[in-house]
Design a protein around this ligand. Structure first.
Ligand SMILES: NC(=O)c1ccc[n+]([C@@H]2O[C@H](COP(=O)([O-])OP(=O)(O)OC[C@H]3O[C@@H](n4cnc5c(N)ncnc54)[C@H](OP(=O)(O)O)[C@@H]3O)[C@@H](O)[C@H]2O)c1
Length: 244
């Protein structure tokens, strides 16, 4: 893989992915976007010259075309091989009686609208990579978009209720994954939704069973193996298929 862009790369799973990719040396260019640069990410960029940090607040959707131009300059004529829409937010468990409009809006803008609109802005550079690598089969070696979803976005597996803002935003993201996979197939861009497992990050909390390294290595090794038959799927971090 020549290039990868990861959103929300300053902490949690995004930072874990940057660490894993730099350690495994599996990308020529890593573009880490975040709205608050962490010391850990800064240090990684000093140690790895192929790591570029771009400032990006995902609520600022009007900046996405500018970000796309910056990405284009970084990746050049080879385009962008892999976009990982990782950044996300959640609200605490919300029963219907306690729900607030702002919680729904906040989760929708970051978890659904931003990944859709960022992907839209980056389609030209993804298409460039798909065309530049037309000797490769469909997948991350050519061009792919991975949307970090959640099992809480699965309608089929919802037997607990609640979590309206988060569940709705991730179910809507899954719907977008499906449409993107159909619309971008002719451009040879693979699109899939992925659940990272329940992971010990700020979002997942201390009681989560998985550590960041296990989730990230599972996700990235799954992503590297995806092929044409996987576009439009909802996958667990270990590669097993999940119900919508
Ligand atoms: N951890 C789990 O158990 C779990 C389970 C299922 C799905 N997921 C999904 O996995 C992804 C990563 O989760 P995580 O556990 O790593 O969460 P996390 O530790 O809470 O990190 C969230 C990341 O998203 C970024 N972010 C939030 N709002 C943003 C905005 N407006 N603009 C730019 N960046 C923004 C944060 O940046 P700041 O530091 O600037 O806030 C941070 O980098 C999310 O999409 C999440 O829904 C996680």
């Amino acid at each position: 893989m020549k290039s990868v862009l990861i959103t929300g790369a300053n902490r949690g799973l995004g930072l874990g992915m940057v660490k894993y990719i730099t350690k495994q040396n599996t990308a020529h260019k890593i573009i880490a976007t975040c709205r608050n640069v962490s010391e850990e990410l800064k240090t990684l960029a000093v140690e790895n010259k192929n790591l570029v940090i771009l400032n990006l607040d995902l609520k600022n959707t009007s900046s996405f075309d500018e970000v796309s131009s910056a990405v284009s300059k970084i990746v050049g004529s080879q385009g962008l091989n892999l976009l990982i829409n990782n950044a996300g937010v959640t609200t605490k468990f919300t029963k219907i009686g306690f729900l607030k409009t702002e919680q729904l809006m906040d989760n929708l803008i970051v978890n659904t609208i931003a990944p859709i609109m960022l992907t839209k802005s980056l389609v030209p550079v993804l298409k460039q990579a798909a065309d530049a690598n037309n000797n490769e089969p469909m997948g991350a070696q050519r061009a792919a978009v991975i949307n970090l979803s959640s099992i809480l976005g699965s309608i089929a597996q919802n037997d607990q209720g609640g979590f309206y803002p988060y569940r709705c935003s991730k179910a809507a993201l899954n719907a977008a994954t499906k449409s993107m996979s159909i619309d971008l197939k002719k451009e040879n861009i693979l699109v899939a939704s992925m659940h990272p497992g329940w992971v010990r990050t700020d979002m997942g909390g201390k009681n989560a069973p998985l550590d960041v390294e296990t989730s990230v290595s599972g996700m990235l090794n799954t992503i590297y193996k995806l092929g044409e038959g996987d576009t439009g799927k909802f996958l667990n971090y270990d590669g097993t298929e999940l119900p919508w």
